[in-house]
Design a protein around this ligand. Structure first.
Ligand SMILES: *[C@@H]1O[C@H](CO)[C@@H](O)[C@H](O)[C@H]1NC(C)=O
Length: 367
């Protein structure tokens, strides 16, 4: 091989590598690159914002990349005198290599909320919480998820006699529509030995708020320590009456989910059945506001371990076979029952030593 030709080949491969890495690092897809050149500037980003729109035009991607490879080979031919046969061979070889990338297709990108005012019905997220060292970091994390969702109304309800000031401050900063409410657990359950029905007073307070203020949309019980895929919110928006979907990590089975056979509900998979009619996780179902309003007696019982079952049974008439299966027939995990390690409350600050330092401000942010 002549040295000028070698350089040409090296340059060509370099172009492809740079092009591919640019694709990987920027997350810019080839179909979008094509869109940048389209006469309608709005289309370059517009398509990415339509939830569920098909954005994987791999034929388009192949076409664009073939054009770019051909153009690069032509440039090398013009500047270094590569023969047409070798040029064609190179194009074929590079396209062959390129097609191998099919195996590393990017996953479906998460849709981001559009900046337009939403015409979607509200999504009420009921989050029970209580004062503890992890409270602010958990709610920060969750807020940053919900900030990616359109028309969310976040009901943050504390098991407390007074709302935690740091929580109010955080909520005010998010820009999310919210209600910061309190609902202390009644003393008779608080003083009981054994497992306590935590979060029940909070969730019932949330239901009461919805009955008084909401007329449409969907609600979902979302604990502050779980992890939510933002696709979950597009899914639960489709809830007609009661919808269900898989939850990851919540039992020794690793998953809690409706069992689906031939596209139909055929039972529940959960590590802890315990005679429950609805052995599901709190994060595994959503309910439409209208459905709730038609059931004035629906409520969550103060019964540790049976909160979900009791609430879903209180939605009668409602049977498991009427469950609307979400998350592609329950084939995707979009909610994770994660838990955060408990932390000891922090020791008070030694004001003699640190009373005139930044630590005073920092300590005020630790609950
Ligand atoms: C669910 O399964 C049914 C029956 O197999 C099928 O018709 C339907 O398209 C599936 N839905 C989704 C979203 O995958």
């Amino acid at each position: 091989m002549k040295s000028s030709m070698k350089m040409g080949v090296v340059a060509l491969i370099g172009v492809c590598v740079v092009f591919y890495q640019y694709h990987l690092s920027n997350g810019v897809r080839f179909d979008q690159l094509a869109d940048f050149n389209s006469p309608d500037p709005a289309s370059a980003y517009g398509a990415a914002n339509i939830p569920g729109s098909e954005m994987y035009d791999y034929n388009g991607l192949r076409r664009v990349s073939e054009e770019m490879i051909r153009a690069a080979v032509r440039n090398v031919q013009n500047s270094n005198g590569l023969s047409p046969e070798l040029g064609n061979l190179l194009v074929q070889e590079l396209m062959g290599q390129f097609n191998k990338l099919e195996g590393v297709r990017p996953e479906k990108p998460c849709p981001l909320p559009s900046k337009k005012t939403s015409t979607l019905d509200p999504l009420y997220i009921i989050t029970p919480t209580y004062r503890r060292p992890e409270q602010i970091p958990e709610l920060t994390r969750m807020a940053h998820t919900l900030m990616l969702v359109e028309n969310v109304h976040w009901l943050v309800i504390e098991d407390a006699n007074v709302p935690t000031e740091q929580v109010t401050k955080l909520l005010n900063r998010t820009g999310i529509k919210f209600q910061h409410l309190i609902a202390p657990m009644p003393d008779k359950y608080k003083n009981k030995k054994g497992a306590k029905p935590r979060g029940v007073s909070n969730r019932n307070r949330g239901l009461k708020w919805i009955r008084a203020n909401a007329t449409s949309g969907v609600f979902y019980f979302a604990d502050d320590d779980n992890t939510y895929d933002i696709d979950l919110f597009n899914e639960i928006r489709q809830t007609q009456n009661v919808s269900m979907f898989p939850v990851g990590l919540c039992t020794k089975f690793g998953i809690s989910s409706p069992v689906v056979k031939n596209g139909k509900f055929s039972g529940f998979y959960d590590g802890w059945i315990a005679g429950r009619k609805f052995p599901v996780d709190m994060a595994g179902f959503a309910v439409s506001v209208k459905f709730l309003l038609q059931r004035p007696n629906a409520t969550m019982p103060y019964r540790a371990g049976f909160e979900e079952d009791g609430f879903l049974k209180s939605l009668a008439p409602f049977n498991p076979r009427e469950i609307q299966l979400l998350a592609d027939n329950c084939t995707r995990v979009l909610a994770w029952h994660t838990q955060t390690k408990r932390n000891e409350p922090s020791a008070p600050l030694d004001m003699k030593l640190y009373g005139d330092t930044n630590l005073v401000h920092l300590k005020q942010q630790i609950v």
